[in-house]
Write a protein that binds this ligand. Structure first.
Ligand code: FE
Length: 199
């Protein structure tokens, strides 16, 4: 599977560094440019971005419609770009929790995830155990995260790819009718956006 120079014996960081050195040696970018791209990207990559989308959808029904219809376009309305500088564009699909259906995201192949909207992914998201088990026994896995769903709630598992990535739109908590958009943003967690927490 791997080409002979894939260096699968090396830790990932060392393999990344070898790749960087080849990019630099080819004159495609300098070390400083690569550092600057990563720093800018990671500075802006936070689950607050996903939370802003959710809070806006909770308070603006027309925005909610647009978000569910075309995640990329709705994100752009808030000045957010779901893609990251090291990859080409991907399609952002937002999936909405309802009383009947709860959504959870995974990448069974590797660890695809909308980093710009959720921040760097948690280590468990990349683990073999999560990737294999959440597909087979989502109800049990969610219970281990402390999220016990009623038997009548269906669980939809969305398998990400490099082309399509998902974000969960959690249900707005009861009793938040008067809350400001900023206050609502503060209620949304990274786990809620992945689907391993209710909000
Ligand atoms: Fe992946």
């Amino acid at each position: 599977m791997n080409p002979p120079d894939a260096h699968t014996d090396l830790p990932v960081a060392a393999r990344v560094r070898r790749l960087e050195e080849r990019v630099i040696a080819a004159g495609l970018a300098t070390d400083e440019q690569l550092d600057a791209i990563l720093a800018t990207f990671l500075e802006r990559a936070t689950p607050l971005n996903g939370a802003r989308l959710v809070a806006r959808a909770w308070t603006d029904p027309a925005f909610r419609e647009r978000l569910l219809d075309d995640g990329n376009a709705a994100a752009a309305e808030l000045g957010l770009v779901p893609g990251d500088p090291a990859r080409r564009h991907f399609t952002l699909v937002v999936v909405e929790n309802t009383p009947l259906t709860h959504n959870v995201i995974v990448c069974t192949l590797c660890s695809c995830y909308p980093v710009a909207l959720l921040g760097p992914s948690p280590s468990w998201y990349k683990s073999n155990a999560y990737r294999a088990r959440v597909v087979r026994e989502p109800r049990a896995v969610l219970a281990e995260f402390g999220l016990t769903l009623p038997d009548e709630t269906d669980i939809a598992v969305w398998d990400s790819s490099s082309e399509t990535r998902y974000l969960v739109l959690p249900r707005r908590p009861e009793g938040t009718g008067e809350a400001s958009e900023d206050a609502l943003i503060g209620l949304v967690t990274r786990e809620g956006l992945i689907g391993t927490a209710p909000v």
